[in-house]
Design a protein around this ligand. Sequence first.
Ligand SMILES: CC(C)(COP(=O)(O)OP(=O)(O)OC[C@H]1O[C@@H](n2cnc3c(N)ncnc32)[C@H](O)[C@@H]1OP(=O)(O)O)[C@@H](O)C(=O)NCCC(=O)NCCS
Length: 221
Amino acid sequence: MSIRKADLSDLDAMVEVALVAMPMDPQWDYRFPHRKHYPEDTLKFTRERFKMFLENESGEWHVMVAELPSRENPTVFKVAAFAVWRLPPSGEQVASDAEKAPVEQRRDADVERMRAFSESLGEARKHYFERVYGKNRMHLILLATHPEYQRRGAGGTLASWGMEKAKEDGLATTLFASPMGRQLYLRLGFRDLGAIKIQVDGETESICVGVMAYVPASDEA
Ligand SMILES: CC(C)(COP(=O)(O)OP(=O)(O)OC[C@H]1O[C@@H](n2cnc3c(N)ncnc32)[C@H](O)[C@@H]1OP(=O)(O)O)[C@@H](O)C(=O)NCCC(=O)NCCS
């Protein structure tokens, strides 16, 4: 396996991975319950968002991909996983992206749940991250491995790359974890800071998102 910085030519491969991997995270179906009826909207908005990451006009994004020998032809490497990081000083993360996104235009999304998700993560970001680390942190926005290539170390390698870079730059690494991701992050040395329950008033459905950080020991930094 090898990892490298992504560029715009990786856009289609990243979208392909996301569309099959992200539904394994419960927050995806929670926020996009109509995705099976409007797959074109999921595709369009995912693609636009990833293009923004890759074009990186604001200078705050860093996208890495992991390549593995393809199942069809092991002599050919293909993009099997990717990670999107938000670099300081802006230190924002997925919550503020969701606020900026044109949620009402997405027929695949549930607007109330998108708002609840965005608000809850925004509050958690302030409470758990900004209050403690200020802008001195690197935030993992997205991590996904194609299901056919999972459990072969790609996700861990990409997460470790960011942890190492953050350590070199004297930063904490922060993230909001899915249930699958949490197991991996714990193994890599992240610790739980809390858990947030997201629920719209009057609904029985809810999701739980883990709040995690990795702070290198001071004698290692
Ligand atoms: C989380 C994810 C990125 C891990 O990618 P990966 O390439 O399989 O990662 P690695 O091979 O380095 O590590 C796999 C670890 O993930 C965790 N994991 C994978 N599948 C899991 C599952 N079904 N349940 C619980 N933990 C799981 C385990 O800790 C596993 O380690 P193990 O194989 O030693 O048990 C991948 O499972 C994925 O894309 N999930 C869907 C999207 C998602 O939840 N992303 C994380 C958002 S925070």
